[in-house]
Structure formats: structure tokens, C-alpha cells
Ligand binder design. Structure first.
Ligand SMILES: NC(=O)c1ccc[n+]([C@@H]2O[C@H](COP(=O)([O-])OP(=O)(O)OC[C@H]3O[C@@H](n4cnc5c(N)ncnc54)[C@H](O)[C@@H]3O)[C@@H](O)[C@H]2O)c1
Length: 267
């Protein structure tokens, strides 16, 4: 097997492309020779990250867009096609954590913010990148679910409902797109050490700093006894996008240190 693991020259679009998991995936795929289209709403972080990857020799298109805005989604697809001629891999990954609050207390406006990014944005990406890939007759889509796609988690009702919804989207698109040459799957990260998890941890455990809180949350949730690294999610995304995963379709694959394998690891 070559060092590119089948990803050299692939045109890969990543939403949330300058964040923790999206950024680690972009780095790995740049090393493997993919051509990248990075989409994020954080203009400054996106520009700096794209420059860093380019200075390492990668070919990168950076597109500032909000995944909840339908015209932005149409535009990021159109710009990717104008720039690179098509899209081979799509990591449908942008997400927010929202407010950490009980289901009985959460404001409807806070519910809507999370559903908008984590469910509506994922649907819009599937729809418009999916159309492009069906026209091409090929492509592989990976959506970011979560261990929250399969389990209830207290104080995260909108996040949890949206992540369950991501699995429903993946299964439905998989059922519709069989035979088109397009595969659709999800990854289910467990506790992964990024800005998002550090922010959640510092809200739940204000006595600890975010990094220590993320480490503690990861150790408590997973039989492997530690928090995950975004690079560990990136490895799975790369595999699912490659032709090595040619018979994997409609799946949600955990990358969680075993968290979903156990009922409760609190001892
Ligand atoms: N970190 C974890 O423990 C964990 C676990 C399971 C799933 N996830 C999921 O992984 C994905 C990536 O999260 P992360 O941990 O890398 O967090 P992160 O905050 O580091 O990255 C998220 C990125 O998405 C971007 N983004 C947010 N809303 C956007 C919008 N409307 N339009 C465009 N870009 C937008 C942000 O600017 C940011 O760059 C999310 O879907 C998250 O729910 C994370």
C-alpha cells in the first residue's frame, strides 16, 4: 500500500475545515496528497490554516461560508467545482456544541441554533454535494455524527437529537444513492480533545481548566481510559473516503476508545 492510502490527487471538501477534527483531517489528507477545499465560517482561522497547509506544499481552496445558509452551500459546491473540476470526498463535519443545559430549561432559540448547524447544515451539504457526486457518478461522503448519535447524554438535548438525526440522514441518503457510485457513511467520535470538548468540559467542571477537564471526561467515558486525538478521527475519515472502503455504505463507525461498547464506565 502506498503512503497516500488511496487519497493522492483526490479532491476533498471539508466543512468545519479549520476546526479541531476538520483541521486534523485536512492535515492528514494534505500529507497523503489530496487537493483540499476547506469551508468554514471562521474567516481568520481559515485563512491562517490554509496558508499553513499551502506553505507545506498542499493545494488548498479556502471558502468562507455558513453551512446553515442554502446559498452559501450552493456557492461552496460551485466554487469547488470551478476550482478543481469536481469533488471526490466530502467530510460533512461542521458543528457546534450549543448551550449545556437541561432539556426542560433550554430556550427554543438555543435549540434552533444547534439544530440549524448540526442537522440542517448537514442535510444541505448532503443534498448539494450529493447532487454533484451523482452527476459525476462517483464520490464518498463522511458525516460527523457522535457517540451522541446512539446514546442519550444529559444536558445536550439539541446536540443529541441532531446527532441522532445525522445517522438518519446517512441511512436515508445511503438507501437512495445506492447504484449511483456515491457512498455515504458517518463517523461517531467519542470524547476528542478539541476546542469544543474543552469548552463543554469547562462548563461542566468549572474547577478544572478546559484541557484537564477534557482529559478527565475522556478517561471517564472510554474503556481505553483517555481522551481521543483529532488525528485518530482523521485516520478513519481517510479510510472511509478511500476505495479501500468500497463496500462500506450507510454505516456509523465509532472512533471512541470503546465508549459505545459499555453501558456506563463510571465503575
Ligand atoms: N470534540 C469532540 O469530542 C466531538 C465528539 C463527537 C463529535 N464531534 C463533532 O465533530 C465535529 C467537529 O467538531 P470539533 O470538535 O472539531 O470542534 P471545533 O469547534 O474545533 O470545530 C468546529 C468547526 O466548525 C466550524 N463551524 C461551526 N459552525 C459553522 C457554520 N455554521 N458554518 C461553517 N462552519 C462552522 C467552526 O468555525 C469550527 O472551525 C462537530 O460536528 C462535532 O459535533 C466532536
Amino acid at each position: 500500500m502506498s503512503e497516500s492510502y488511496g487519497m493522492a490527487g483526490k479532491r476533498v471538501l471539508i466543512t468545519g475545515g479549520s476546526g479541531g477534527i476538520g483541521g486534523a483531517t485536512a492535515r492528514l489528507l494534505a500529507e497523503r496528497g489530496s487537493r483540499l477545499i476547506l469551508v468554514d465560517r471562521d474567516e481568520a482561522a481559515l485563512a491562517a490554516f490554509a496558508d499553513e497547509l499551502r506553505s507545506g506544499g498542499a493545494e488548498v481552496l479556502a471558502i468562507v461560508a455558513d453551512v446553515t445558509v442554502e446559498d452559501d452551500v450552493k456557492r461552496y459546491v460551485a466554487e469547488a467545482v470551478a476550482g478543481f473540476g469536481g469533488i471526490d470526498g466530502f467530510f460533512n463535519n461542521a458543528g457546534i456544541e450549543g448551550k449545556i443545559q437541561s432539556a426542560l430549561e433550554l430556550d427554543y432559540s438555543d435549540w434552533n441554533k444547534v439544530i440549524d448547524v448540526n442537522l440542517n447544515g448537514v442535510y444541505l451539504g448532503l443534498k448539494y454535494v450529493g447532487r454533484q457526486m451523482v452527476d459525476q457518478g462517483s464520490g464518498a461522503i463522511v458525516c460527523t455524527g457522535s457517540i451522541a448519535s446512539e446514546r442519550g447524554l444529559p444536558n445536550t438535548v439539541a446536540y443529541n437529537a441532531a446527532k441522532h438525526g445525522v445517522l438518519g440522514l446517512v441511512r436515508t441518503f445511503a438507501s437512495e444513492l445506492g447504484g449511483t457510485g456515491v457512498r455515504v457513511n458517518a463517523v461517531f467520535p467519542g470524547m476528542i480533545d478539541t476546542r469544543m470538548l474543552r469548552n463543554i468540559a469547562s462548563q461542566l467542571m468549572p474547577e478544572m481548566d478546559g484541557a484537564a477537564g477534557a482529559a478527565a471526561a475522556g478517561a471517564a467515558a472510554a474503556p481505553l481510559g483517555r481522551v481521543g486525538r483529532p488525528e485518530e478521527v482523521a485516520q478513519l475519515v481517510s479510510f472511509l473516503m478511500s476505495d479501500q472502503a468500497s463496500f462500506i455504505h450507510g454505516a456509523g463507525v465509532p472512533v471512541d476508545g470503546g465508549a459505545l461498547a459499555v453501558m456506563d464506565n463510571k465503575g
